[in-house]
Design a protein around this ligand. Sequence first.
Ligand SMILES: Nc1ncnc2c1ncn2[C@@H]1O[C@H](COP(=O)(O)OP(=O)(O)OP(=O)(O)O)[C@@H](O)[C@H]1O
Length: 295
Amino acid sequence: MSECSCDCTSTECKSEGCSTGSCNVNPQDFLEKSHELNRIKKVIGVVSGKGGVGKSLVTSTLAVLMRRKGYKVGILDADITGPSIPKMFGVTKKAEGSELGIYPQRTHNNINVMSINLLLEKDDSPVIWRGPIISGTVKQFWTDVIWGDIDYLFLDMPPGTGDVPLTVFQSIPLSGIVIVTSPQDLVSLIVRKAYNMAKSMNIPVLGIVENMSWLKCPDCGKEIQLFGKSKIEEVASKLGVPVLGKMPIDPSIAELCDNGDIEKLNHSYLDCAVENIEKATMDKCPIKKKWSDQK
Ligand SMILES: Nc1ncnc2c1ncn2[C@@H]1O[C@H](COP(=O)(O)OP(=O)(O)OP(=O)(O)O)[C@@H](O)[C@H]1O
């Protein structure tokens, strides 16, 4: 195979012999059809360049806030080896199926949820599967699950830019992605990786959410920037994407997650993010309001 001399991030490229495999291929070619009983309007991927930055928490929060706005919402937990969505919502009942397909479980406020933990006999059974099986499972959550009518389906992606995110980007028609990050120096590189992956596959980046931005001292109320000064505005402006929101480390949020009570959240950190996602995906308007306009 000859070496490719083109810019492989260009989806317009028709060069032959591409060594990266991203040229000569239209990303749309791999799209899978969702179950025939599904009417899913928008699919939002929530990604992070590395693990443990609060991606599942951000996914759940966005879903809860969208649901409160009256939308029909689902969460597809694509984090097969580290599923945390059912636990955050206190969903313990297993998913059921019929000859038509698999039915997601419902949270207290009627958010549809599908996760590998709803199919495993025991919650603490590890998923020791090879990459292609994991990717195939995520695809099946799209093709075989009967989500029904959904306005916003949020995808909690596994961390990083590996096999599963690649499969999801290729096989599920995403309306856009939200990148979740934390305020460390490494972040700019990690955010850029996630951004470049989405860009190379023609998927809009709706914006960045910074989690663990600060911590409020419970005694004096002072805001402590535990991981140093945030550089997220700088990173976002270089990439030309908005900062959708910032969330502090808040023990009351951790408690809600641990108790399966995420639907009881009563903060407004991501209100603006939800508004912007709604606008960006509904009428294709450029995202106008910034997180800092929130107060
Ligand atoms: N801002 C926050 N305030 C308090 N606790 C938080 C915050 N962000 C995350 N946590 C805690 O950290 C836990 C792990 O977060 P989460 O599962 O969202 O991370 P993740 O990025 O999805 O992890 P992984 O990438 O490993 O799947 C949450 O259950 C919650 O208890």
